[in-house]
Design a protein around this ligand. Sequence first.
Ligand SMILES: Cc1cc2nc3c(=O)[nH]c(=O)nc-3n(C[C@H](O)[C@H](O)[C@H](O)COP(=O)(O)OP(=O)(O)OC[C@H]3O[C@@H](n4cnc5c(N)ncnc54)[C@H](O)[C@@H]3O)c2cc1C
Length: 356
Amino acid sequence: MEFGLKTESLTVDMAAVQRRKRHMVRELRDIHAEHIAASGAELIRGLARFIAPRTVEIEPHDGSRRTIRGARVFLDLGSRAAIPQVPGLAEAPPMTHVEALELDRLPKHLIVLGGGYVGLELSQAFRRFGSNVRVIEHGLQLASREDPDVGAALKDLFVDEGIEVLLDSTVRRVEGRSCDRVRVSVSDERGDRLIDGTDLLVAPGREPNTNGIRLDKTGVQLDERGYIETMYPVFGIRGACYLLGVSEWIFCLLIFIGFWNKTAGVLGALGGIASFVGTRTIIPFMPDGWAASAGGFPAMTERVAFLMKDLVLLAVSFYLLKQDLLRLSIERSTDTRDESYSGELPISPNSSKRTA
Ligand SMILES: Cc1cc2nc3c(=O)[nH]c(=O)nc-3n(C[C@H](O)[C@H](O)[C@H](O)COP(=O)(O)OP(=O)(O)OC[C@H]3O[C@@H](n4cnc5c(N)ncnc54)[C@H](O)[C@@H]3O)c2cc1C
């Protein structure tokens, strides 16, 4: 009423909502397809799996097979909704965001498992369309990656909108079928309770699409959750960055030892200059390269600190190199003179006469 607007009634036509969504998706797909075609890149539609390092075999949707090899292969496989191991859940079967976004009807009582970004987004959307919504979250707050005050504010907002939020709650069992009648048994510190609904949506987190594509053929390592651990082999470009960082510290040490040992000083200074050139060449192409090149030294993770270290090392290297080379050349000429005096002197008859 603040703005003087009055709404007598509002009804939602989900079939029309869905039509509009499909139209938007189609338009966006067409735009992306045009961009890809204009870029000159070839778009192959099909399932790919590795048969050797940097080599994938593709099964296009027309049933044919194709093998392609790339100097570099980028893995952009995405992720899918995880389905928790809860008795009766898989049999329900629940919607994920994929099915929820395809609905052309409004769920009457929607139960959402998971109070993360996806669960919250869809809960709010369906509540605003008119569904009764309950969110069941295992953790102590909504949006667990946010600060607690953000989670608390989100909960207040949801409760204000008429969404029931159950925190610190564990789903024990699911009975019935989603899209019809479903019953979820939940336990929290107060005990067990049964929640009835018509539809069930799972949004408890994501799992990566890394299985089934034979990454074992590539040497790419996966962590225990299936995420790619590192794209770089130990002695690849990242290893080289660490090596450069560590070697810079060693060159610094050699320069310092150079105050007592000239050869060490020259080696340190030459190495310092070489590693500076190497670092400047490799780092800009390397994600997190500035941090990696700090050679694992914890205080040197900032780019500024790194540049200071390198620029100072370079300046000191040049200065000491000049000094050391100067000193070395002086010593060498002194040594040469000493050697010529320590051996048998070529005594000319005249000189022997003079010494005699
Ligand atoms: C409901 C929801 C809402 C979201 N909202 C937002 C938002 O508002 N803002 C935001 O920034 N992000 C949002 N995200 C996250 C965003 O969608 C992802 O971060 C993004 O899609 C990741 O891009 P991707 O290219 O890595 O993976 P994807 O977009 O998942 O693309 C991966 C593609 O690889 C294909 N693929 C997988 N395996 C193979 C194989 N073996 N061979 C061939 N193809 C394969 C898949 O079919 C898929 O097409 C949302 C996600 C969800 C689920």
